[in-house]
Design a protein around this ligand. Structure first.
Ligand code: FAD
Length: 162
């Protein structure tokens, strides 16, 4: 929804194609979309095909999600935005994740398993941006060094080889 509003500022017309019959976005965002004359919403449809000619994209084929009916729509560009899905296959079992699959950490980027850290987009947080992923990397590096030092110290105290 936010991207459609952004595109409406730099294009002549935006078709917002949505698979369901209603939006899930906040009401205020929906009102802004409905009030923007350059945005035309198309519900119950998905893009089945993107067509091109020598100039690039020229049309899309829309397929009704309820009817299966197909129709062609002229378009000079396609922006795909269908949401995010965390790439979390490598996350070890036992690490706490959010209902949507993002790893839950504390402010040091440490997960629910001590000594395992998660950073960047994989981590549950308010925003996903490059600067935040980079800052997470720094935080986790410092916290990891601290964790290793602490492990060494407790090994020395307990008489084990550090
Ligand atoms: C369309 C789009 C536009 C964006 N625009 C902006 C923007 O303008 N400004 C901004 O700040 N942020 C933007 N972002 C967000 C930004 O890209 C991310 O927040 C940032 O890249 C997260 O960094 P990361 O290291 O967590 O993940 P990524 O950058 O996704 O890096 C993860 C890396 O891990 C690799 N990987 C995955 N699985 C494995 C595996 N099993 N083994 C080895 N390697 C693996 C991947 O190939 C990838 O290289 C945008 C994101 C998208 C999708």
């Amino acid at each position: 929804m936010e991207d459609a509003l952004y595109l409406s500022k730099i294009t002549k017309h935006v078709y917002l194609v949505h698979r369901r019959d209603a939006f899930r976005a906040s009401r205020i965002l929906q009102q802004r979309i409905m009030a923007e004359p350059k945005i035309e919403t198309i519900f119950n449809a998905r893009v089945a095909q993107i067509q091109s000619n020598e100039n690039g994209v020229c049309a899309v084929v829309l397929e009704g999600t309820k009817t299966g009916e197909q129709k062609e729509l002229s378009a000079e560009g396609v922006f795909i935005f269908v949401g995010f899905s965390p790439n979390s296959q490598l996350v070890p079992a036992g690490i706490k994740v959010s209902p949507t699959g993002y790893v839950i950490t504390d402010e040091r980027c440490e997960t629910s398993i001590p000594g395992i850290f998660a950073i960047g987009d994989l981590r549950q947080k308010y925003a996903n941006q490059i600067v935040i992923a980079a800052a997470d990397g720094c935080t986790a590096a410092l916290a990891t060094a601290h964790y290793v030092e602490k492990q060494k110290a407790s090994a020395v105290c307990s008489g084990l080889p550090a």
